[in-house]
Design a protein around this ligand. Structure first.
Ligand code: 5GP
Length: 351
């Protein structure tokens, strides 16, 4: 057994120090970024925020709504071939902003091969709660061989050496985050995890050294957290909870005591496992929870709130483009981040 005494940080442990700036207003800030992907060799331009590939947020309606703002969506893993075909046909222009999600089983590999025959998708999200297993890496190598020109986002991991291994094994983008998610119970159930801000800082450094990118996945609760993730070096930021509860999310509106909600559950929750696999396998504990999140209307209001926040961050540090935010950031370690005397910034107060 070993103990590391270096303090690792979360979003709540830091603030971004303002810097002198020549920017007049946040309207001058450009949030678009352009990337060329290491293995796929393709280019992408847009606002590098991605809706999580969870049943609730990874929907075609979300892809269409976010696509209008040049944001991306990782579609859920359980979408049928028929639905994909219809979407690709009706919304060909949105397709380049979508990730197809795939797990690491043989069935997943075959399903993807079927899809590739009929839908010209550009990007794959190879999804596993734990990207550290040998089986995962072998699957990634196989996927890269089969799809040399598709963008592959792989994860999740939280340490530099594993980021390097995934990039060398074929990942263009590595997804960072174990345990920070809003409906994740991994830390309670297993005691495993890594504070998300430090994970991003360390992993971004490792990825950039090899010409790869990282996507910070999980734990953002406010637009300020999204800004901190970018400031820490994330190339992309993936959001679940912050995009939950909207019209574009799956599930009906639930009325309770005169208030409206939508159901949001973790993809490893008992609810998800029962839905997709019939039951929770006996050998595994569920590592996700289910919650009713307040209904929040159209997602475009939330998107504007997030993008407005990140633009403002850039203005505070004098970054004219999102790309410069990380270089211009000095984080300061704090013991108190927000004044919560009235209403804390929660999922339901974006209006
Ligand atoms: P959020 O933005 O809601 O904080 O985090 C979203 C991320 O949480 C997802 O992209 C995914 O990586 C992770 N996640 C989703 N469902 C589960 C789950 O059931 N268990 C765990 N451990 N993580 C989950």
């Amino acid at each position: 057994m070993r103990i590391e005494y270096d303090v690792k940080l979360d979003f709540k442990d830091v603030l971004i120090r303002p810097k002198r700036s020549i920017l007049q207003s946040r309207a001058e800030v450009k949030l678009e970024r352009e990337f060329r992907f290491k293995h796929a060799g393709t280019k992408w331009k847009g606002v590098p925020i991605i809706a999580a590939n969870m049943d609730h947020t990874g929907t075609f309606d979300m892809a269409v709504a976010l696509g209008e703002h040049q944001l991306m969506t990782a579609l859920g893993k359980f979408i049928s071939l028929e639905d994909w075909k219809k979407f690709a046909n009706d919304y060909a222009e949105i397709l380049p902003s979508c990730f197809v999600s795939v797990g690491i089983s043989e069935t997943d590999f075959e399903k993807l091969a079927q899809l590739a025959k009929v839908v010209k998708f550009s990007s794959i999200c190879l999804d596993a709660a734990n990207g550290y297993t040998e089986r995962y890496v072998e699957f990634l190598v196989r996927l890269r061989k089969a799809y040399p020109d598709k963008v592959i986002m792989a994860g999740n991991v939280v340490t530099g050496e594993m980021v390097e291994e995934l990039i060398l094994s074929g990942a263009d983008i590595v997804k960072i985050g174990i345990g920070p998610g809003s409906v994740c119970t991994t830390r309670e159930k297993t005691g495993v995890g890594y504070p998300q801000l430090s994970a991003i800082i360390e992993c971004a450094d490792a990825a950039h050294g090899l010409g790869g990118q990282v996507c910070a996945d999980g734990g953002c609760v406010t637009p300020g957290d999204v800004a901190k993730a970018f400031a820490a070096g994330a190339d992309f930021v993936m959001l679940g909870g912050m995009l939950a509860g909207h019209d574009e999310c799956s599930g009906e509106i639930i009325e309770e005591n005169g208030r409206r909600f939508k159901r949001f559950y973790g993809m490893s929750s008992a609810e998800a496992m029962e839905k997709h696999h019939g039951a929770v396998a006996e050998y595994r504990a569920s590592e996700g929870r289910s919650v009713n999140v307040p209904y929040r209307g159209a997602v475009k209001h939330t998107v504007n709130d997030i993008l407005g926040g990140v633009r403002s961050t850039c203005t505070y540090v004098g970054a004219q483009r999102l790309k410069e935010l990380s270089k211009r950031t000095t984080f300061i370690r704090v013991t108190k981040q927000l004044n919560e005397v009235f209403v804390p910034y929660t999922l339901n107060d974006n209006k």
